[in-house]
Design a protein around this ligand. Structure first.
Ligand SMILES: *[C@@H]1O[C@H](CO)[C@@H](O)[C@H](O)[C@H]1NC(C)=O
Ligand SMILES: *[C@@H]1O[C@H](CO)[C@@H](O)[C@H](O)[C@H]1NC(C)=O
Length: 452
């Protein structure tokens, strides 16, 4: 009985977990940069100094010392370490000078060097669904204490001062600094969940697939992108469930973003209608004049129907969702559709024939303005079959060259125009993708993330 229950439960759990279609791996390079820049942006140093100048509630008067003040908080040095399955261990090393008047009337100065340590647990914020760091177990470690007090007052007064005051006061003074820095890091995830436009026809939103995980050398964030049409319909990620994994051999501690071919296919499906093309110009690129006379060179029947040359209209309709495939070093975009040719006498358009076409485009990826740019070139016309004809039977293979040229000269430039919109990349930690190095692997595109 129990195992049946487990089977039912386990399959429920499995289906509730979304399949990630994008993975993010953050190494120490990026986390260090983020924490350092959060420290800069939070003006934590100024805040610590301002806090230190205030009267501290826990600061009890010390026998023999009056007019106690904290000044000269030093620029903190932050050291981070990954803690597997927990998050990041953070150590902030800083120093400060504590001044006062001793009962003998002399100015007293104590220079303290200290470490503030805490564990920043990596969680998924229940409310926002975003990654979030939360600090735990903040501790103050006194590294060094120097004083100008006369030596006969040492060690009694200093020891008392340290025990009763520094250990009580400093956590309240310094631990909020850790939280303030984390608040800045956390804030840099806020736009991850925002829907971002893919052209005019839809959006993609990079939602978390599960709670981020930490290993000894990186943080991994599994993303389950939601691709939605403008009308609001969520698209099913075709082919989801294919195992997605980082390729081996990446440098220890480096950072990568992995986008599945499935995700790219789904995003390009949003643009499917824009991939339709109708041409009626007589001159296109290097093509011969688009006329019935040119067509008659391939199909003599056309000359019979149109002894006088008429303009030629070509209509290509994509009738299946575009599909991106990837193998090491190569990515293809598969397109299926119909290609119709029509004669255009002075009035109206007269259909000549309709073909089913299947062709592949080679895809090249790059990043521009923080969006993934996709550019294509013709790989090959894979199949051509006649669906209907108003000019009698003919062997469609006779048109292979004509249609291949049409795809290359007329169709691909139009597709590349549409693709100029670019695809949105996850917006987190103010990531600059423009420096990323791209690599095509089995079923995915890898972006090796680099810092400025
Ligand atoms: C933080 O500020 C310091 C000093 O102004 C600067 O040298 C450093 O590059 C900054 N770091 C980041 C990550 O912004
Ligand atoms: C204080 O932090 C620094 C920098 O992380 C480290 O080198 C040093 O060992 C720490 N000292 C103590 C007493 O923990």
């Amino acid at each position: 009985m129990l195992w049946i229950l487990c089977l039912a439960l386990c399959s429920l759990l499995a289906s509730a977990r979304a399949d990630p279609a994008a993975l993010l791996r953050l190494g120490m390079d990026i986390m260090n940069h983020e924490v350092q820049s959060a420290m800069n942006e939070s003006h934590i140093l100024e805040k610590m100094a301002a806090e230190a100048g205030k009267k501290q509630p826990g600061m009890k008067p010390i026998k023999g010392i009056t007019n106690l003040k904290v000044k000269d908080v030093q620029l903190p040095v932050i050291t981070l370490n990954f803690v597997p399955e927990v998050g990041i261990f953070q150590c902030v090393s800083t120093g400060m000078t504590i001044t006062g008047k001793s009962f003998m009337g002399g100015n007293m100065e104590i220079i303290v060097v200290l470490n503030i340590t805490a564990t920043n647990r990596l969680l998924r914020d229940e409310e926002t669904g975003l990654p979030m760091f939360k600090s735990e177990g903040c501790k103050i470690i006194l590294v060094d204490v120097k004083t100008n007090l006369p030596s006969n007052m040492l060690p009694k007064v200093v020891n008392k001062f340290l025990d009763s005051t520094l250990h009580k006061v400093l956590p309240g003074l310094m631990c909020p600094a850790i939280d303030a820095v984390l608040a800045y890091v956390n804030r840099k995830w806020t736009h991850l969940n925002d829907p971002m436009p893919v052209g005019q026809t839809g959006t993609v939103k990079y939602a978390l697939a599960s709670t981020p995980t930490t290993t000894a050398s990186y943080i991994q964030v599994d993303l389950s992108p939601v691709v939605r049409q403008q009308k609001g319909k969520t698209m099913k990620l075709a082919g989801a469930g294919e195992a997605l994994a980082f390729p081996e051999g990446r440098a220890e501690g480096s950072s990568q973003l992995l986008l599945s071919a499935t995700l790219l296919s789904t995003e390009l499906t949003l643009l499917q209608e824009a991939f339709d093309l109708t041409t009626q110009d007589s001159t296109i690129g290097e093509l011969p004049p688009q006329t019935t006379e040119t067509l008659a060179g391939f199909l003599p029947q056309v000359a019979k129907a149109y002894p006088k040359s008429k303009p030629l209209v070509t209509r290509l309709r994509i009738n299946r969702p575009p599909k991106v495939t990837m193998e090491a070093g190569e990515s293809l975009l598969h397109l299926h559709g119909t290609l119709e040719m029509l004669a255009a006498p002075r009035r109206g358009r007269v259909p000549l024939f309709l073909l089913e076409v299947h062709f592949n485009l080679k895809v090249q990826y790059s990043v521009r303005e923080n969006r993934l740019q996709v550019a294509t070139s013709l790989d090959r016309l894979l199949s051509l079959s006649r669906k209907s004809s108003k000019i009698g039977d003919f062997n469609e293979q006779a048109l292979t060259g004509l249609i291949t040229d049409y795809l290359r000269e007329a169709y691909i430039p139009a597709v590349n125009d549409v693709l100029q919109v670019g695809l949105p990349l996850p917006d987190f930690l103010a990531m600059n993708y423009n420096l990323a190095e791209l690599d095509i692997v089995e079923n995915a595109l890898v972006l090796d993330l680099k810092l400025d």
